[in-house]
Write a protein that binds this ligand. Structure first.
Ligand code: DOR
Ligand code: ZN
Ligand code: ZN
Length: 446
């Protein structure tokens, strides 16, 4: 038998250990992992020269935009950024133009994506107006649902506890997780209205509006509702000690709840926001330093389940609007996440096992991506090759993303993804995209 590809001289993360081995890949799957002498003949052979091989990262929180927001990012540029960052699967958020919230919008989005993507893409849907459509959206392939609690984006009235409960009941029936942007709409709007009336239009006003309390209030409210259902609730980008505390209480009380935080909430504080300005403006916002410590503790204790970039690209103009209330919020993160984490491995704050658990194994588990997230025979050959010794300075002007700015611009990192394989196909080689648009696959919920 002649297989498609053999990766030789790998140091691969297998079953919690890093082992010297070779990997045979055929028809998009890992066929065999073992000694070089046991490898079948191959069409192509790549000598990895003892570089580290990890399961491709799964970024469960990405805004790929495209369609009516393609001027910010499109399926090609967003997935090129993912491939460059060692990420082989992204889950795409639904706050698009049009909002992904029906069979029709999901079907159209999938069709447009198919021709353009370089990595695997799964789609979130917002809740439809007619709750009966939830099942059809899942049948159409949505991987999970997204609920924005800070404003109504989909068809669900987020002020209505009863409607939320009904939605959670239906998604628990179809066993799809619900990812939640936890900022309480009422608390947020009241604070923002008052600040605007008093002509407070700066960063400090924004921070007052998007207070710590806004996050904790939303988390607690949703957990009260989720408790009455069997839904799996996943809290996105948790940024505060109290928010995390409430989630841990929820976990301890038996609710099915998981959570994520982001590199920017782990590495940057409100001091960085004040220094950098609106380019670092995101929601939930960067926080005081003691929250960073609480999040790191949550990582250490395994109470934070995953990391995700919350890649949220905008144009530079949109990031620099005069009034803070007009600034588009979000940070471009696909190309910085893995290098930032590997730098922490170098400093001893994280292990390779942590990185794989937080960005491959657990996201695959939470979002039901069965045959991904770990290197084993039979799994999809979604692989990232990493040079742990390769240093670089983050240069946002070189991003593949259309959003060529970053609060991490100029940071020195150590540990660089050098090759990304998706379904056994080489997509990124030494920072360059080497595959055609459409090489990635659509992920549908089974
Ligand atoms: O910072 C953010 N950006 N928070 C959100 O909830 C939305 C996102 C975006 O789509 O830009
Ligand atoms: Zn969000
Ligand atoms: Zn987001």
């Amino acid at each position: 038998m002649i297989v498609d590809l053999v990766l030789s001289n790998a140091k691969a993360y297998l079953d919690s250990k890093i082992l010297g081995c070779s990997l045979a890949i055929n028809q998009g799957k890992i066929l065999k992992i073992g000694k070089e002498s046991n490898m079948p003949r191959a069409q192509t052979k790549i000598d990895l020269k003892n570089l580290l091989v990890l399961p491709g990262l799964i970024d469960a929180h990405v805004h790929l935009r495209d369609e009516g927001k393609a001027y910010k990012e499109d399926f090609y540029t967003g997935t090129a950024a993912a491939a460059a960052g060692g990420i082989t699967t992204v889950l795409d958020m639904p706050n698009n133009k049009p909002v992904t919230m029906s069979v029709e919008t999901l079907r159209r989005r999938t069709k447009i994506a198919e021709r353009k993507i370089l990595v695997n893409v799964g789609f979130y849907s917002e809740f439809p107006k007619n709750m009966k459509e939830i099942r059809e959206i899942v049948t159409e392939g949505a991987v999970a649902f997204k609920l924005f609690m800070s404003e109504q984006i989909g068809g669900l009235n987020v002020d209505d506890d009863y409607a939320l409960r009904e939605a959670l009941e239906i998604v628990s029936d179809v066993e799809a997780p619900v990812a939640v942007h936890a900022e309480d709409k009422t608390t947020l709007q009241e604070a923002e209205d008052e600040l605007r009336q008093n002509n407070c239009n700066g960063i400090e006003a924004f921070l007052k509006a998007h207070s710590e309390n806004v996050e904790a209030t939303a988390v607690k409210r949703l957990l009260r509702i989720a408790r009455q259902t069997a839904a799996h609730v996943h809290f996105c980008h948790i940024s505060t000690e109290n928010g995390l505390r409430a989630i841990i209480d929820g976990k301890n009380s038996g609710i099915i709840v998981t959570c994520e935080t982001t590199p920017h909430h782990l590495f940057l504080s409100v001091d960085d926001l004040r220094r950098i300005g609106t380019l670092a403006l995101t929601t939930p916002p960067l926080r005081e330093k003691h929250h960073l410590a609480a999040l790191w503790l949550g990582i250490k204790n395994k109470r934070i389940d995953i990391l995700a970039s919350d890649h949220a690209p905008h144009t530079l103009g949109e990031k620099k609007a005069k009034s803070i209330w007009d600034v588009k919020v979000g940070i471009s993160g696909l190309e910085t996440t893995l290098p930032l984490l590997l730098t922490q491995v170098k400093h001893g704050r994280l292990s390779i096992a942590d990185v794989v658990r937080l960005m491959s194994e657990e996201p695959a588990e939470i979002f039901g991506l069965g045959d991904r997230g770990c290197l084993k025979e039979g799994n999809n050959a979604d692989i990232v090759v990493v040079d742990l010794k390769k240093k670089h300075k983050i240069d946002a002007s070189k991003f593949h993303s259309k959003a060529k700015y970053s609060p991490f611009n100029g940071w020195n990192v150590e540990g660089t993804p050098v090759q990304t394989f998706v379904g056994g196909r080489l997509i990124m080689d030494e920072g360059e995209i080497v595959a055609e648009a459409g090489s990635g696959g659509i992920i549908r919920r089974e």
